[in-house]
Ligand binder design. Structure first.
Ligand code: ZN
Length: 224
């Protein structure tokens, strides 16, 4: 537990140094179970992502954005708006390839180029990475190490259904955890208010993926 407290203090002081004006959400450390992490991949989208940010702001809910580096380069102001609002910005590769089909060198370029653009926009490197399609293997994980490659617990299949009712239903179909969505579809954005309402009604706490990793690390340390 002492180790965890040190880690948390370090991460909080780093946050304060890097971006004094950035909003801060409750840490997972404070979170009673159950908790939920809303994650949005494949943006930023110049129109849909700002709409989502308005909803999250209104509801005072943190989320995690796994952005594609080449999209971030085209819409840096949207990424910065999300970052300054206190949301987590994760690395989702530069061009969304199937990383397991690339050489280690090519995987390294996909990840580091995205790190670089996000560092240029936010002044901070992403804490976590999510592989496109969740496709990962030992080689990909070795390139990402020591950062975590994040998957999900709940797949809304929003890209397939493009149906607001279906997304809203799927997102709350399990007991929280990490929910996968995409902030590039209007049908997904339209489902978010109802998803938040439902999780709030069930007493869930909303966390970012960075704090989720921290929380899991605490759990592992406590068990050891
Ligand atoms: Zn993706």
């Amino acid at each position: 537990m002492a180790l965890h407290r040190r880690r948390l203090m370090l991460s909080l002081s780093a946050l304060a140094m890097c971006s004094a004006t950035r909003a801060a959400w409750a840490q997972a450390d404070d979170a009673p179970l159950p908790h939920v992490a809303l994650t949005f991949d494949d943006g930023p989208h110049p129109e849909q992502t700002p709409r989502l940010l308005d909803i999250l702001d209104r509801e005072q809910v943190p989320a995690t954005f796994y952005v594609i580096g080449s999209c971030a380069e085209r819409s840096p102001d949207v990424v910065r708006q999300a970052f300054l609002a206190g949301h987590d910005i994760g690395n989702h590769s530069w061009s969304h390839p199937i990383l397991t089909r690339l050489s280690s060198e090519a995987v390294e370029v996909e990840i580091s180029r995205t790190d670089d653009i996000l560092m240029a926009i936010n002044g901070e490197r992403p804490n976590t990475i999510r592989a496109p399609y969740g496709a990962t293997n030992d080689e990909v994980r070795a390139v990402a190490w020591p950062r975590s490659m994040m998957l999900w617990d709940v797949d809304t299949n929003d890209w397939r259904s493009r149906n607001t009712e279906s997304v809203a239903r799927e997102a709350v179909s399990r007991r929280g955890g990490v929910v996968l969505m995409h902030d590039i579809y209007p049908t997904t954005i339209a489902a978010v208010p109802s998803i938040i309402r439902e999780y709030k009604a069930r007493g869930f706490r909303f966390v970012t993926m960075s704090s989720y990793v921290e929380w899991q690390a605490t759990d592992a340390i406590d068990l050891a």
